[in-house]
Design a protein around this ligand. Structure first.
Ligand code: PRP
Length: 179
């Protein structure tokens, strides 16, 4: 079972659900009447985004981009490919970029630079996890679910070699699994 590959469970399913509910309430208050566009960054954001939007009570639109900074192994190359672009024009719109994790920040800083060129009315970042110890790029999220230590975290959309995304909790992978 996948649970056997975990060194520990960092946040349980219930703790994640409660935090996402709080974030949804915050966004509901902050974006009342603004009709924001939530931009999910595939693939990691899909579970958090699906949970989050169901906790937001004000109208919104959804769009997606696909950016990948990593290959199949856990080494960042410093390059970000925009493999899928937005369907919608975001000029004059309130944009909220939704991500599973802000790690080195390379992915999101490049994505934010690109989206800012399109002149949104505002652009904020909303991440389930923030791992500040690993930050290389100068970027911070506006909404953070949990600040996590520099451990190999998986679940709730976060993968290792495309596995473990479906775990309903945030787990720390045993080093023997990835070493
Ligand atoms: C992960 C994650 C972020 C990025 C964060 O995506 O979803 O997009 O890495 O890392 P950074 O802050 O160091 O740039 P990944 O490229 O693994 O693709 P995925 O979303 O398909 O898992």
């Amino acid at each position: 079972m996948m649970r056997d590959d975990m060194k520990a469970i960092l946040y349980t399913k219930e703790e994640v659900a409660e935090r996402v509910r709080q974030m949804g309430a915050q966004l509901t208050a902050d974006y009342k009447g603004e009709d924001p566009i939530l931009v999910g960054v595939l693939r990691g954001s899909f579970i958090f985004m699906a949970d989050l939007v169901r906790c937001i009570e004000t109208p919104l639109e959804l769009d997606f981009v696909a950016a990948s900074s990593y290959g199949t192994w856990a080494v960042s190359t410093g390059q970000v490919d925009l493999r899928l672009d937005l369907e919608k024009d975001i000029i004059g719109r309130h944009v909220i970029v939704v991500e599973d994790i802000l790690d080195t920040g390379r992915t999101l800083s490049k994505l934010v630079d690109e989206l800012k060129k399109r002149h949104p009315a505002s652009l904020k970042l909303c991440v389930l996890l923030d791992k500040p110890e690993r930050r290389v790029a100068q970027i911070e999220a506006d909404y953070v679910g949990f600040t996590v230590p520099d451990e190999f975290v998986v679940g709730c959309g976060l993968d290792f070699n495309q596995k473990y995304r479906q775990l309903p909790y945030i787990g720390i992978l045993k080093p023997s699994v990835y070493e």
